[in-house]
Design a protein around this ligand. Structure first.
Ligand SMILES: Nc1ncnc2c1ncn2[C@@H]1O[C@H](COP(=O)(O)OP(=O)(O)OP(=O)(O)O)[C@@H](O)[C@H]1O
Ligand SMILES: [Mg+2]
Length: 275
């Protein structure tokens, strides 16, 4: 088939001479927010998963929230299932949920941002069984809808790796699929991470989810050939590398936020014109 720009003339006609125009100076007007098909402002949402437990999902999720807040939007984190909570001031607290809470600027009750706050630091289906609880998707989906109604941006942190069981027929990959959010994969950089990362990417793609990007987080500061490992991953992961977080002396949301850039992602708020 012929390209619309092609002519039958084998010798291409010279391009038309265009009058010289002065290019407009860049203005400081804020860019129009991205819009969905029905004209509503586009929101930023993501599901943050990882190659394993304890590899930096909470750090990266809170860094994303930190950047969202800095760009002036209402941002809320969600840790739908947390295993490992203790009673403080009459309320159950979980470290991940607390860190996400602090990094965001929409402060909802923890019964909404963490519908399943379990005491035992164990695999969630085991921690739930100890409390005679069955982790179901409906309360999580309903809570997510409430958070979304109160926020411009929602960051959902998964649990452990991508396929952590919640009950006999429901796991964290099912939850990601039901929420149908773009996934950000945190790769904990340490020996063995390449296979973990590629298997996780396969599982994300197999569920028809969008892999929005991945973040390399230094899980093992003594890893040899970290750069070569990142290059091997970049060649094989069909999504952009959104940042490399080194081992931080003080691993705060603000410190990690310096090393990630999500500006190109759909729904990411425009920061032009804002300080
Ligand atoms: N780049 C880093 N520099 C310094 N410390 C880090 C870094 N990444 C993670 N950590 C630390 O490692 C620990 C685990 O990180 P984090 O809690 O973010 O992992 P996770 O994947 O969310 O774990 P979980 O599966 O329990 O949710 C935390 O104490 C965190 O502060
Ligand atoms: Mg965590």
């Amino acid at each position: 088939m012929k390209n619309l720009n092609e002519t039958d003339d084998p010798i291409a006609a010279p391009p038309p001479v265009l009058p010289e125009v002065e290019l407009d100076e860049p203005t400081l007007e804020p860019e129009l927010e991205a819009r969905t098909n029905d004209g509503a402002p586009m929101r930023f949402t993501c599901f943050v998963t990882g190659t394993d437990t304890e590899i930096g999902k909470t750090l990266v999720s809170s860094a994303i929230l930190h950047k969202l807040v800095a760009s002036g939007v209402r941002a809320c984190g969600m840790k739908p299932v947390a295993a490992g909570a203790e009673l403080r001031d009459g309320e159950l607290h979980n470290d991940d949920a607390d860190m996400l809470f602090k990094a965001g600027n929409v402060h909802l009750p923890s019964s909404i941002t963490t519908p399943y706050m379990l005491r035992e630091p164990a695999a969630p289906h085991i921690a739930a069984a100890l409390e005679n609880v069955t982790i179901e998707s409906a309360p999580i989906i309903a809570a997510f809808a409430e958070i979304q109604a109160a926020s411009d941006a929602v960051v959902v942190e998964g649990v452990g790796g991508f396929r952590v069981p919640f009950n006999d027929n429901f796991d964290s990959a099912d939850l990601a699929a039901q929420l149908n959010l773009p996934v950000i994969l945190v790769v904990g950089m340490r020996l063995g991470c390449i296979s973990h990362a590629l298997l996780t990417v396969e599982a994300i793609v197999a569920r028809g989810l969008v892999l929005a990007g991945w973040v390399a987080n230094t899980a093992d500061p003594d890893m040899s050939f970290e750069q070569e490992n990142i290059e091997a991953l970049a060649q094989r992961i069909p999504a952009p590398l959104l940042g490399r977080v080194p081992r931080l002396q003080t691993p705060t949301a603000a410190a990690a936020a310096e090393f990630i850039d999500l500006a190109g992602l759909p729904g990411w708020p425009s920061t032009r014109g804002k300080s």
